[in-house]
Design a binder for this molecule. Structure first.
Ligand SMILES: [Zn+2]
Ligand SMILES: [Zn+2]
Length: 238
């Protein structure tokens, strides 16, 4: 029971910072936060993505490219052009790692995406990633009540990229479209996106990429948008 609860909690905490900080803030600048609050969000993204931390600047640059070239051969991750799941993930990782390295080596500078160089170094280090994996393992060692529960352990270890894969693959492959005029393959995968906090309304999002609410129809509900409204009311973002 504790393992199951921990999995759900880790899933949504990690997802919360992916959709709010990496996607809506770092990639689309949909709202603002003070430099101090930005650092808090940066640190919490690191804490909850842990071993699979996604570099916010590299994420932002790659995501902007995805919007500029959606489902064309220049899209860094389009299931329309790369139909094999393994090649799809491999291509995404290669392009993402190159961006991370370019930022680390100072070959790339971009003032529109959040940077925190010391945090980038700490989070990207293999020792840090290994330490997180050890913590996940020890947690399972103490709290699992049956050996089969260890099958969930890889989900904790790869949490960030798993979320990215679900959105990038299914969000451009399976589902329905509200905006058929769009010249891409974006789909709304779930009518009620409880799984990815609104990220699976890709068709709506590509139609109006700067609209902070990804839901359009009465039955669609963007939980990520709801979270931003709460943060705004609490004066954490503006
Ligand atoms: Zn997309
Ligand atoms: Zn986007």
């Amino acid at each position: 029971m504790i393992i199951f609860f921990a999995l759900i909690l880790h899933w949504y905490l990690s997802l919360f910072f992916q959709t709010i900080f990496l996607h809506r803030y770092a990639s689309h600048n949909m709202f603002k936060m003070t430099p101090f609050v930005e650092k808090v969000f940066y640190f919490l993204t690191f804490l909850f993505q842990g071993s699979s931390f996604l570099h916010p600047a590299a994420y932002g640059v790659m995501h902007k490219k995805h919007h500029a070239h959606t489902d064309t051969p220049n899209d860094p991750h389009s299931p329309v052009h790369i139909k094999n799941i393994i090649s799809f993930n491999l291509a995404t990782v290669v392009e993402y790692r190159k961006l991370v390295n370019d930022f680390a080596e100072g070959k790339r500078n971009d003032s529109t995406v959040p940077r925190w160089e010391i945090m980038e170094k700490i989070a990207e280090s293999l020792i840090t990633r290994a330490a997180f994996i050890l913590i996940y393992f020890l947690f399972y060692y103490h709290f699992s009540t049956a050996n089969w529960q260890y099958i969930f352990l890889p989900i904790h270890i790869m949490m960030g990229p798993i979320h990215g894969f679900i959105v990038n693959w299914f969000g451009h492959k399976s589902g329905y479209r509200n905006f058929d005029s769009l010249n891409d393959n974006s789909k709304n995968t779930l009518p009620l996106d409880f799984l990815m906090m609104g990220e699976l309304y890709q068709n709506n999002h590509h139609y109006k990429p700067n609209n902070i609410n990804f839901a359009v129809k009465w039955y669609e509900y963007d939980f990520g948008f709801l979270a931003t409204q709460f943060l705004k009311r609490m004066r954490i973002i503006y």
